[in-house]
Design a binder for this molecule. Structure first.
Ligand code: ATP
Ligand code: MG
Length: 325
């Protein structure tokens, strides 16, 4: 059986999906809804020497690492899609739509955070007054203050009634650090609302397309792999999406500031749990990556250099960052 399924002719579901990291198509596969995520063209990106991102591979590997570690994550399958107009086959990733053919509704953090209560209103305005001005350093305006999330956990009934979602948040944050996912933005996590029961539960983990590196050529990766200090530098300097004191930081400094500001209360328990899961499953994670086919029918999937880079940088982040927290 082939590893890559050809998604080109799958019937369309006519469902549309948002996001800014590339085109998507809703399809029906084996009786359920899936979304196909296409790689993004890079001509407008700075200092990128490949013409399409390798984000489908990142989505696939990132999602499977969550799965190996035992988390509820959307199903992801790699495949090919042929642009028939120009006859160009590309590597894409299909993700199973977890809304159960529309029965459940995904309510992401962007909507959850607006759930009014008297206490939330008061505490949010106090928080706003207490934080310094946002230092964007030209990076992104879609970041979320970690202080806001911690406040939401205490004041928002959706989080209060779902304590497991808080635990999950911190664990996902640590694993995002492991896989270098720098894009857990407001739309990339949330809850599933079940209208028939009128209940909320944490949504499966989704959008892991910014994991590892998705805009680096093999030449660039090889250069990093041949210089240990450059490799460590690259592995340890990935940006975190949340701010502390309105400052956008790399994961290392983010965790340091969390501690300094006594915001790490729930992080400690999550760390214990995640470190033990990663230690137990480390060999499985490595074999999962090493066993991926490098190509099929002329379609590149992953190179040996990428495999090495993914594994080595995860090892560095685990040993030198996560385990030292
Ligand atoms: N497995 C899924 N099931 C249901 N809905 C999903 C699933 N994956 C993503 N979505 C929805 O589709 C939207 C776009 O998908 P996704 O976040 O993967 O795209 P993206 O372009 O990578 O986003 P970003 O701009 O965050 O990089 C999500 O914000 C979410 O609302
Ligand atoms: Mg997204």
């Amino acid at each position: 059986m082939s590893f890559l399924m050809d998604f080109t002719k799958l019937p369309q579901s006519n469902l549309l999906y948002g996001g800014n990291a590339g085109l998507k198509r809703g399809v029906i596969w084996n009786g359920s809804h899936w979304l196909i995520k296409f790689p993004q063209e890079t001509s407008t990106f700075d200092k990128v020497d490949i013409s399409f991102t390798t984000s489908p591979l990142s989505e696939y590997v990132g999602s499977h690492i969550f799965e190996i570690l035992g988390y509820n994550v959307h199903k992801a399958s790699l495949g090919i899609f042929n642009n028939e107009k120009i006859n160009r086959k590309q590597l894409v990733v299909a993700c199973q739509d977890f809304t159960n053919n529309g029965r459940l509704k995904l309510i992401d953090y962007e909507a959850i955070k607006n759930n009014y209560s008297d206490g939330l209103q008061i505490k949010l305005s106090e928080l706003k007054m207490s934080l310094p001005e946002y230092k964007s350093k030209g990076i992104s305006s879609h970041t979320v203050p970690i202080e806001e999330i911690i406040l939401q956990f205490k004041e928002n009934s959706i989080f209060i009634n779902n304590p497991e979602s808080q635990k999950l948040f911190w664990e996902v944050l640590i694993i995002d650090c492991l896989i270098n996912n720098n894009d857990r933005n407001k739309n990339n996590w949330g809850f599933l609302y079940d209208p028939s029961l009128n209940t909320y539960s944490p949504a499966p983990i989704y959008d892991n397309g910014a994991s590892f590196v998705s805009k680096h050529s093999d030449e660039k990766l090889l250069k990093l792999l041949s210089d240990q200090s450059a490799l460590e530098n690259s592995a340890l300097n990935g940006m975190c999406y949340y701010t502390v004191n309105n400052e956008l930081l790399n994961f290392r400094n983010f965790f340091r500031k969390l501690k300094e500001n006594h915001l790490d209360e729930q992080l400690k328990a999550a760390l214990q749990s995640v470190v033990s899961k990663i230690t137990t499953k480390w060999a499985d994670i490595k074999s999962f990556i090493n066993d991926l086919p490098c190509e099929e029918n002329g379609i590149r999937i992953i190179s040996d250099i990428q495999k090495q880079f993914f594994i080595k940088t995860m090892e560095i982040r685990f040993e030198k960052l996560i385990k030292t927290l």
